[in-house]
Write a protein that binds this ligand. Sequence first.
Ligand code: NAD
Ligand code: UDP
Length: 346
Amino acid sequence: MKVLITGGAGYIGSHTAVELIEAGCRIVIADNFSNSSLVAVKRIRSITETEVPCYFADLRREETVTRIFRNERPDAVIHFAGLKAVGESNEHPVAYYDHNLGSMIQILKAMRTYNCRNLVYSSSATVYGGEAEMPVMEDAALQTTNPYGRTKKMIEEMLMDTSGAYPEMCITALRYFNPIGAHRSGLIGEDPLGIPNNIAPFITQVAAGRRGYLQIFGNDYETADGTGIRDYVHVTDLAKGHIAAINKGAGRNGYHVYNLGTGYGTSVLELVHMFRLVSGKRIPYVITPRRPGDAAVSFADTSKAERELGWKAELSLEDMCRDSWNWQQKNPAGYRSEMIMEVETL
Ligand code: NAD
Ligand code: UDP
């Protein structure tokens, strides 16, 4: 099977690329590198010892997407490309609708033209909003609180309509909980530009001394230690969930939605504690007020993915923290570390 991975140079896309190649698939990456680095593609090549075709492509552009499909004729698409920062989406909603909806529409049009019938889409637990009962199941009511979340929900609706009109297609939306960790080699990982929005890269940068302290957003939630609870899932487990979905999609039709998480909730303080254990470093923190829009508790009911896809997360919180820390230590400035080293050796 030949799989087009949009956003394949990004955090989750790069890990999925590695797992797909190791599972025997041929892959093609398309990315505009607005939030990623060519070094990631180079590292995918070195982990897998495989040539990986890669297009520098803005997927909002119809002629670009058409050219990729005409050249590559993929059997399946995993669509990761898009913008993903909640705060930024409040400031620049039009950019979020443009990139997220725009690229999805072009991919769907090209899939129709080139008779490509198997699509896996990156959705998010954010579509459940903050009020759902936990653990949350896929049939819970959707409720979004920011433009980013609304693009995810709108795209799911677009995909449902598309599947209704073209029953020969198989479209699978995967709702990710909180992916953290990195490939066990430490060669690929999460490389946020600027100040990290998400907790795991922030903690590893504090542990490494790049930032002074972590701000814990609220310790007055109704949870055992008062801090927010999330379902952290190792990015390699998440990547394997895509393989399960794409394989399943090759043999069936319709629209399907799955939660991808571990099914367990971890508090911010528990996460900090685990990072401290695996790194042996101090992680200073201060408690600040809650971050507006944050849910108190979010964790998945993963029984549907287990039952229908045969997928279950296997790696522990310790594995996640250890692999994040390994990536941070080997790449103190993310992928820029490699560029800095190359410049220094000139
Ligand atoms: P990422 O930013 O690392 O990867 C996204 C990639 O898409 C980047 O490489 C970026 O350069 C590329 N891109 C953006 N706009 C593009 C465009 N118009 N054309 C071509 N490429 C474009 O993000 P990620 O964490 O790997 O997330 C991948 C997907 O998963 C996103 O759709 C995101 O919304 C979704 N998701 C992520 C998380 C998370 O916590 N990381 C959680 C839930 C859902
Ligand atoms: N969080 C925090 N400090 C940070 C970033 C996040 O305390 O610098 C908390 C946040 O309130 C939430 C959890 O960590 O309870 C996970 O936040 P993240 O932004 O990583 O994911 P999301 O909010 O999208 O689930």
